[in-house]
Design a protein around this ligand. Structure first.
Ligand code: SAM
Length: 272
């Protein structure tokens, strides 16, 4: 069944991933129930907003890298989130105005008003599909119309896979996406991280516990081996999977990272 183009009803008694993320980023498109999730996470990790800020800054730097250092001019951005400052198409099109971006998200609020803001120009399109059903996304009408799978593309799963708790393995989901990409394509993933150190594992576990038992209901902190496993058969771009704050930062690190900043990592890889 195709996902409806417009929401029938937005349930404001349930938190949504997109709106909670918006609350973390100090946005305006969230309800009390979403802010409640943010407050609960802050009660165990006062600087929890950095999870979202570092993730978003990584997405922006990754897009800038791909737009400026490769010939790629098409992006499939799975889990767009609500529009905020510096969306993928704005970053990519500033460097290469020919860049095409297809966003995919299934959140009712994103579908209701986000898509209009995200579909800002003829090079930018939106599809309402389930990003954890890669077969659905890869066959989607909008995706097939605007993404040419004979040419290398950038596939993004930024801040998405840690919300997946279905029966299929996340590695298998990514493998299905990667199998459909032509050689020379890039994959960008960011993910909540359990550093498996005495110092930060406890914090990751506490945040996971709050996320999973909150009205949002998801947020898994996976290990390095699990996250690296999301890039099967790909060549990691240096420096590999690292804290989002440390993936080619804009300058030297003068301040020590806050503990939560060790709990979100990202990486970019190329399909040989
Ligand atoms: N990628 C953006 C970023 O990194 O800034 C937004 C990340 S936000 C934490 C995750 C997004 O994934 C939300 O907008 C949510 O609606 C979307 N999402 C979660 N599960 C999804 C699903 N099964 N299908 C489509 N979108 C989904």
């Amino acid at each position: 069944m195709p996902v409806p183009k417009a929401p029938v009803h937005i349930d404001t008694t349930k938190a949504s991933i997109a709106r909670v993320y918006d609350a973390f980023l100090n946005g305006k498109d969230n309800y009390e129930i979403d802010r409640e999730v943010f407050r609960r996470v802050k009660s165990v990790a006062p600087e929890a907003a950095l999870l979202a800020y570092d993730n978003r800054a990584f997405l922006i730097r990754a897009t800038r890298f791909i737009a400026s250092q490769t010939n790629i001019a098409q992006y499939l951005d799975c889990g767009s989130g609500l529009p905020t400052a510096e969306n993928t198409h704005q970053v990519a099109q500033r460097i290469n105005p020919e860049s095409k971006v297809v966003y995919v998200d299934n959140d009712p609020v994103v579908i209701a008003h986000g898509r209009a803001l995200l579909e800002e120009n003829d090079q930018t399109h939106f599809s309402a599909a389930d990003i954890f059903e890669p077969e659905q996304v890869l066959q989607d009408e909008v995706v097939r119309k605007y993404i040419d799978f004979n040419e290398p593309l950038a596939l993004f799963h930024m801040g998405t896979i840690h919300h997946y708790d279905g029966a299929r393995s996340p590695q298998d989901i990514m493998q299905t996406y990667i199998d459909a990409l032509p050689s020379g394509s890039y994959v960008g993933i960011s993910h909540f991280y359990d550093p498996q150190t005495d110092e930060y594992s406890e914090l990751a576990r506490r945040m996971e516990d709050v996320f999973v038992h909150s009205p949002m209901g998801s947020g898994v902190f996976r290990t390095r081996a699990q996250i690296e496993g999301l890039f099967p058969g790909l060549e990691m771009v240096q420096p590999g999977v690292v804290e989002c704050a440390r993936w080619w930062p804009d300058g030297p690190e003068l301040k020590p990272l806050d503990p939560v900043q060790y709990c979100i990592v990202g990486g970019i890889a190329r399909k040989p």
